[in-house]
Write a protein that binds this ligand. Sequence first.
Ligand code: PEP
Ligand code: MN
Length: 266
Amino acid sequence: LVSRKRKPESTIVNINGELIGTGTPSFVFGPCSVESYTQVAEVAAAIQSKGLKLIRGGAYKPRTSPYDFQGLGLEGLKILKQISKEFGLSTVSEIVTPSHLDEALDYIDVVQIGARNMQNFELLKAVGSINKPVLLKRGMAATLDEFIHAAEYIMSQGNDQIILCERGIRTYERATRNTLDISAVPILKQETHLPVFVDVTHSTGRRDILLPAAKAAIAIGADGVMAEVHPDPAVALSDAAQQMNLQQFDEFYDSVQKFLKNHEIH
Ligand code: PEP
Ligand code: MN
C-alpha cells in the first residue's frame, strides 16, 4: 500500500490544515521532553514568531535507563495541548504503547512512533486504526525495507496519513550520536509515496552540525526537518547535550530560510 508503484502521486499529510509533502519543507521544533508549562511556552512563542505551526514535545519518554526522567505522561500532554491552543500550534508527541491511545488522542495531533518502537507491530496496527497523522521514525538498526514494512503495517489498517522520519542509524562511527543516512531520503521517496522528514537532532547528536545537516536534508528532497529546542538545554531533563537554545534556534531557522530562498526551494 505504501509503494509508489501502486500509487504514483505523493501523499499529502494534512495536520489541521498544515500540508506536508507539497514541495515546501515543513518544520517540527520543540523540546525533547515536556518539562513544565513555562519551558514549553517559551519554545512555543519562538516557534510562533517564525510563523510555524507544529510543536513537538515528549511526554512518554522511551529512555535507555529506567532511572532517567521518564516524562510527565498525561500531565505533560495536557501542558503541550494547552500551549498549542494558546499559540495556534499542532502537537507532535510520542506514545509507546497502544494503551496510551485512549488517554492521549485528545491531546496529540500527530502521533509519533519512536525509533525504539518501529517494529512494535501491535502499536503500529493500533495507530493504523486511528484518524490522525502518524510520524514514524526509523529504527536505529532498521533497514529501509524494514522501515517501509513498518509503514505498511500502519497503512494496512486504513490510516494513510504517515510521515516517515530518518533519525540516524547505528554504525561504528562515534563522532556523531548516530549516522544520518541521508540517502534514505531519496530512496524512501522513490519507493513510497509518503512524505519524508529528517530529524537532525537525534541523528547527529551535535548542535554544531544541525544547520549543514538540515541543508543537506532539504537539498536531497526531504519534506521536512525536525530539531529539538529548549530554553536552557544545559538543565534539560533529556538530551541536554544536543538541543538548541532559543538564540541558536533563531539563527538556525533564519539560515535555513535563507538557504531555501537562495536555492529557490519553496
Ligand atoms: C524523540 O524524537 O523524542 C525520540 C526519542 O527520538 P528517537 O525515537 O528517534 O530516538
Ligand atoms: Mn530527544
